[in-house]
Every structure is written in C-alpha cells, then in structure tokens.
Design a protein around this ligand. Sequence first.
Ligand SMILES: *Cc1c(COP(=O)(O)O)cnc(C)c1O
Length: 385
Amino acid sequence: MKFETKLIRVGEEPNITEGSGDVVIPIHLSSTFARKEVDKPTRGYEYSRSGNPTRDALEKRLAALENAKYGLAFSTGLAAETTLCLSLLKPNDHVIVSDDVYGGCRRLFENLFKKQLGVKVTYVDARKIDVVEAAIENATKLIWLETPTNPLMKLCDIKVIAEIARQKKIITVVDNTFMSPYFQNPLDLGADIVMHSTTKYLNGHSDSLGGALMLSDDSLFERLKFNQNAIGAILSPFDSYLLMRGIKTLAVRMDRHQSNAKQVASFLSKHEKIQKVNYPGLESHPQYSLAKKQMRGCSGTFSFELKGDITNAKAFLRNLKELSVAESLGGVESLIEHPALMTHASIPQEEREKIGISDSLIRISVGIEHVDDILKDIEQALWKS
Ligand SMILES: *Cc1c(COP(=O)(O)O)cnc(C)c1O
C-alpha cells in the first residue's frame, strides 16, 4: 500500500460482517469492557488504559506510517518521551542528546533524568560524527537525535550515527516531529525508535495534544507497551479519533506546507532586513546535500535572523497583522514565534548563545493559507522592524 493510501485506510477497515460497517472509526468512550468468562477478556479489552479500540486503530496507523511493526500513542509528545526514557534508563546510565533539541525535551533531561534520577547527559553537536562518537561511554544506553533540530534546522546523518550506535548496542531514537513520516522515515535509515509530537504535523489542526512512538523490535516493544499502561500517560479516545481524522490529509497538507515555506524562505533570503535563513530546502543551507539524501522534502517550519537586535525582532512580531504569534507548529494556520523569549526561554542565555539561538532569531511554521497573504503580512511587518 502506498503512503497516501495508508493515511486513509490502515486501522479503519469497515467491519460489515460483525459490526455496523462504519467507514469512520467510532470513538469508544467506555472506560471498561464486559467479559463472558471471568478469567479471560472476551474481545481482548479489559480497561481503557491498557487498550481501547479507537486508540488501537490509531496505533496501527501510526506504525504503518513509519514502516514499523508497532505504534504506541501517548497523551503528549513529552509523555511519550518520558515513558520511553523511564523504560530504558536507570541511575548512572548515560545519554547523548543533540544540542538544540526541543526546549521541553532538554528541560526533561536536565531536571528529571539528570538532577533527580542520576542519569548522565551529554549534549553534542550531532552534525559532527566524530563528536558523537567521542561522547560514547561504556554506560551510554541511548542516543537522542532530532533532525532537523529546533529551531536552528541543523541536520545529522541518521544512517551513520545509527550504525555506530548499533555496533555498541546503543539505542538510537529520532524525534521526527518536524519532518513527519511524509518526508523522513528514521527506522528505514537504521534508527531503533521514532518519536513524534503528534500535536504538530500529524494532527495538523492545532486542536489536540499527543505523542507517539513507533518501532519494530519485539522486546523493546514489550517493555514500552508494559510501561504505557503502568505509567498511564495514554492518548484519550477522543484525541485518538481527532488524530485519525487529521492524519488522513497529511500528504496534501505537507505538500502545501512545503511549497509555501519554500517561497517564504526564498523571499526572506533576498530581503535586505534579513541576516540569515535556516531552511534545509535552500541550496545555501550548509547541509543541503544531506537533506537531499535522507529527506524527501523539507516541511514547513524554519527559522531566520533579522538584522538588528531584540528590539527589531519584537517590533517585527508586534506589527504582524494576520500571522499569529504563538508557540507550536505544524497546524494549517501560520504561527510565528521568538525562541529566546518563548519556546526556548527555559534554556539559560549562555547555553542559548553557544548553540546559536540569538535574540533576533524568529521561528515560523508556514501554514497552508494562500502564500501571497503570508508574504504580504511578513513584508509589511519587516519594514516596521
Ligand atoms: C512540540 C514538540 C515536542 C513535545 O511535544 P508535546 O506534544 O508538546 O508534549 C517534542 N519534540 C518536538 C520537536 C516538538 O516540536
């Protein structure tokens, strides 16, 4: 089955022989399920935290999109990440993390895993293979990659890093939120687990939070499935339904996100008020060839730097008339934000500057409105910055 067909069909096959033949999966709200025999659940369902028919349908679809055997759905992206890390890490284990990962991911590693649970964490510039390799210790259990990174759009070579990790029996996880399964499939490149904040492109409508893990290894799956229930941070039946619905249009949305983003990025790269544009779809991106190699496209989110300082950046954002200044990304509407003051404010300034998140850096999630309207709004606000 082709990708576009999986988006619509997997997990939602109408049951005409036994069921009512619904074309759309019903929202199974029941918290518990009755059984005929006391010692065995009749239809496999006992209690909705352990398994729910709507969530099961979604998990099947999620797995199919990343060419994985298994999918697991959680209440948020960070809930997926927490369950994964609590399942695989213990005190004194070591984790390697790309240095400009999602702010909330860094906060989780710093405050919970490092300070409270005694896990050692090293942040690396994962663009450099030798730096990643040099960071490996005997206690290294996990390499956590995000590519492209947020917000600087740095790429790392999933295939090469996963191969090094495999030889040392280290698990490679890739946060694939920015690309969505439409543009990049980390498992096909050798990663062990893919993570998504489904809140972003997968759901695509800014109306539901969720997280997902996709993988093919049986024993890893058993541990994660056990802890999905034991920890309990599962996705609700209603959000599972919303996500099933949102996913159906992923391919058409991503094509439009990408074509709009390309036009906005190329417009900005020629504008006199702009210092720099970080978009892997532009030939000027230092890792353009790696982007061509491991991605099928470049999605709709990127960052750029204005000339000037924080005053100019704030004036630009204040003067936008149509685009919403808001955190998050991947919805049909364009969203724009200031990482240093918003999404990445929890990273200490010194660290931020070291990574390259300056005070004039702006991140944009280009929506699927008509591109002329997006460009017009940006243009008029730039002249007032
Ligand atoms: C939003 C996001 C997360 C966290 O997901 P939530 O659903 O907000 O918990 C993790 N990684 C990336 C890249 C994100 O953009």
